[in-house]
Design a protein around this ligand. Structure first.
Ligand code: DGJ
Length: 400
């Protein structure tokens, strides 16, 4: 009797273990780690697998919607800051949850003398479509190889297809020889004095000893420094390049030519000496809304928001738009949930619905950097962003 009892207990144990293993397998199959499973929600700062089961490699990204498909372009990261063979990675999606790997949108050049040879730094690529030329135009922040982030250039590349490949054209320091529309007589007069700063290098973050150095006049002749950037196309088809300039001290908003391949020379300085990085812009209810960050390298800081009636300003500071409790993410609203802004995405077919894209930088292994996408809530004269562990596009239902 006793033997039979133990025999049955052993059998029961085995059956239980088999059930547990089966349960684990079933839940792994149905978890978001399985590339065969269709995602139906956003899971901020969790692993985000593409159709091949690989974590998305599109950091500092921007998104273009073209003919029913969203195309995401981002930095193809390796472990460090410099670029390998692939510079910009493209993914496509019809629903924003599930992304198909479209491969390299922009490759580095095999020519060691090229501005984009392996070992350069390419950041924050953004792509816009030009209706007049029927070309897809990519702009990005380019740091030349071995120059310790001192070059601050803007690269431009074009393609006939949204997924690329993009052909690299050239890089520029924007607006050489043009004063901004809001230049002051003092700034114009500082040209000679500013030359003393030539060749001096700075670290790109706030410092009391250089509160208001004349970086803009220093770069008047050779072109303005351009680092963290975004592109914005207005309702009238005019496009703007918005970038951190003057050693990151001041943001520049600069109009692009009709073919989107160069700057027109019309530009403005905004948030003078207030050190903004990571600009992202959208237009909502006839006004321009900006999200950006402070300058603290790869470390998160408090997000900033602003609004203007004209793209040229004046821009009204609205403070940190991040709010709410963070039950899972311990890096709360004061540190932008661990993220830094890169883009504001208008959701197609849902007027008034916008998603903000943040990067969660992991400087010890940049390829593992995460993605936090959250809905923007517009209020009368401000907007807010709250942490959500999980969410889907139905949060915008009332906008239909
Ligand atoms: C912050 C910027 O926003 C990033 O794009 C990157 O340039 C890092 N700084 C580098 O420290």
């Amino acid at each position: 009797m006793q033997n039979n009892f133990w025999f049955s207990a052993d059998k029961i144990m085995k059956i239980l273990v088999s059930i547990i293993i089966l349960f684990c397998n079933i839940s792994a199959f149905f978890s978001q780690d399985n590339p065969l499973i269709i995602r139906t929600k956003f899971l901020p700062d969790q692993l985000w697998l593409d159709n091949n089961g690989v974590h998305l490699n599109a950091h500092g990204a921007g998104i273009l919607f073209h003919k029913g498909i969203y195309y995401m372009y981002g930095e193809h990261k390796l472990a460090g800051e410099t670029v390998g063979k692939i510079a910009v990675h493209c993914y496509s999606s019809v629903d924003l949850y599930n992304w198909k790997d479209e491969g390299a949108a922009l490759m580095t050049s095999d020519n060691p003398n090229s501005e984009i040879s392996e070992g350069c730094i390419i950041e924050r690529p953004k792509v816009i479509y030009n209706k007049k030329t029927n070309k897809f135009v990519m702009w990005f922040h380019l740091e030349l190889k071995n120059q310790l982030r001192k070059s601050g250039r803007s690269g431009v590349a074009v393609s006939d297809k949204p997924s690329g490949p993009f052909e690299y054209l050239h890089s520029v320091r924007p607006n050489a020889g043009y004063w901004p529309i809001n230049v002051t007589p003092e700034q114009k007069a500082s040209l000679v004095e500013a030359q003393k700063l030539a060749g001096t290098s700075f670290i790109g973050s706030p410092h009391p000893d250089r509160a208001a150095l004349p970086f803009m006049a220093r770069d008047f002749a050779g072109g303005q420094m351009a680092k963290d950037m975004t592109l914005f196309v207005d309702d009238d088809g005019k496009a703007y390049h918005i970038f951190s300039s003057e050693e990151n001290a001041t943001l520049h908003i600069s109009e692009l030519s009709d073919d989107y391949l160069s700057h027109t020379g019309k530009w403005a300085r905004v948030f003078e000496y207030l050190w903004h990085e990571a600009p992202a812009i959208c237009k909502h209810d006839g006004r321009y809304w900006m999200l950006s960050s402070n300058c603290t390298g790869w470390n998160p800081n408090a997000a900033r928001s602003a609004v203007a009636n004209s793209i040229w300003g004046p821009w009204k500071d609205l403070g940190n738009p991040c709010t709410g409790a963070t039950p899972r993410n311990h890096l709360g609203p004061q540190l932008t949930f661990g993220g830094q802004s890169t883009f504001i995405l208008p959701v197609q077919g849902k007027p008034g619905a916008y998603i903000v894209l943040f990067d969660v930088w992991r400087p010890e292994n940049l390829i593992a950097s995460g993605y936090v996408w959250l809905p923007i809530r517009f209020e009368k004269n401000r907007f807010s962003i709250s942490w959500l562990d999980t969410w889907d596009l139905s949060v915008f239902k009332h906008k239909n």
